[in-house]
Design a protein around this ligand. Structure first.
Ligand code: ZN
Length: 309
């Protein structure tokens, strides 16, 4: 019997899996499996204009090639709109969320942090044209214990993280916001452990406050280092991240384990990805993951980069 641990990997199908996203996939998988948990995969295709047809299948094939078998069905955010809208409608009806007409320029004039300007304007749904929907936040942002990075304080140097601003749930252009759907999906899928890249650590205090405002218990968080091309620039399709090569899956797993800080045996010690993953599960230890927000990967290594250097 498993102990109700539910974890997940939630890629955005805007580009093929690269080394950086494989690190997150493997780390979340190992944390789940070493706790006898479930490991779910969710396609974060809410920002549909950025998604590329067929990339979801490439990502799933890459996960399979690396022995990363998910539990349950893969869910797609693009197919969940009715569920998101129902939550939004309830929040508006209960006056816990409201319509906001402020433009980007007006918000900029508020020193970059939304000041609740439309909170008490009581814009009715029928008058809400070209409006964002915001959640009334009353909580302060709090520090939390990250199971990998230890104590994490809210970054008060960023205006929008200094305290909980009334977060956008639906954008003026009609798209549901990432901060809403990631939480609704994790709640819907009963995810209680989120292992992901350090690029999302700064937004975590805000997401925890949204959980509390919505009346849900936040999951346990753990953040692993991100692979970067230069300080502050994570490996991504935009900066020539090479798609992961499925024919070298075993080597890739070894490379990921070394990247995360484990003294892992050479690929020749294993007869395939499954035996390597089983070994990785047995040696997985959150305390041994290197506590660095990002690690620069070498430019000359074709494993990480594609195209001319
Ligand atoms: Zn407003």
């Amino acid at each position: 019997m498993h102990n109700h641990y539910v974890g997940r990997f939630a890629p955005s199908p805007s580009g093929k899996l690269h080394f950086g996203s494989l690190v997150t996939a493997v780390a979340s998988y190992l944390d789940a499996k070493s706790h006898n948990g479930k490991w779910l995969v969710r396609m974060e295709d809410i920002d549909e204009p950025r998604c590329i047809a067929g990339v979801d299948k490439d990502i799933l094939a890459a996960l399979e090639a690396h022995g990363l078998c998910w539990d349950d069905e893969v869910i797609y955010q693009s197919q969940q709109h009715a569920r998101y809208q129902a939550v939004l409608d309830d929040l508006i009806e209960q006056h816990r969320a409201y319509f906001c007409t402020c433009t980007r320029r007006q918000i900029k004039a508020m020193d970059g942090m939304y000041n609740g300007h439309c909170r008490d304007k009581h814009i009715a749904p029928c008058d809400a044209v070209n409006c964002a929907v915001r959640l009334k936040m009353d909580d302060q942002l709090e520090a939390f214990i990250d199971v990998i990075m230890d104590n994490v304080e809210p970054d008060t140097s960023l205006p929008h993280t200094a305290r909980a601003e009334d977060v956008v749930l639906k954008r003026r252009d009609g798209l549901f916001s990432y901060n809403l759907v990631v939480i609704l999906d994790d709640v819907f899928q009963q995810v209680n452990h989120v292992i992901r890249g350090c690029d999302l650590i700064d937004v975590t205090p805000l997401q925890r406050a949204v959980y509390q405002t919505l009346g849900f218990t936040p999951p346990t968080y753990g953040h692993v280092p991100v692979a970067a091309v230069a300080p502050g620039r994570k490996l991504s399709k935009q900066n020539r991240a090479a798609p992961i090569d499925n024919t070298t899956a075993l080597d890739n797993i070894v490379r990921v384990m070394n990247f995360l800080g484990f003294a892992f045996p050479n690929a020749s010690e294993f007869d395939g990805v499954d035996s390597a993953l089983n070994h990785a599960i047995s040696m997985w230890d959150r305390k041994k993951v290197v506590k660095t927000a990002e690690i620069i990967v070498p430019q000359h290594e074709s494993t990480y980069y594609s195209g001319p250097l």
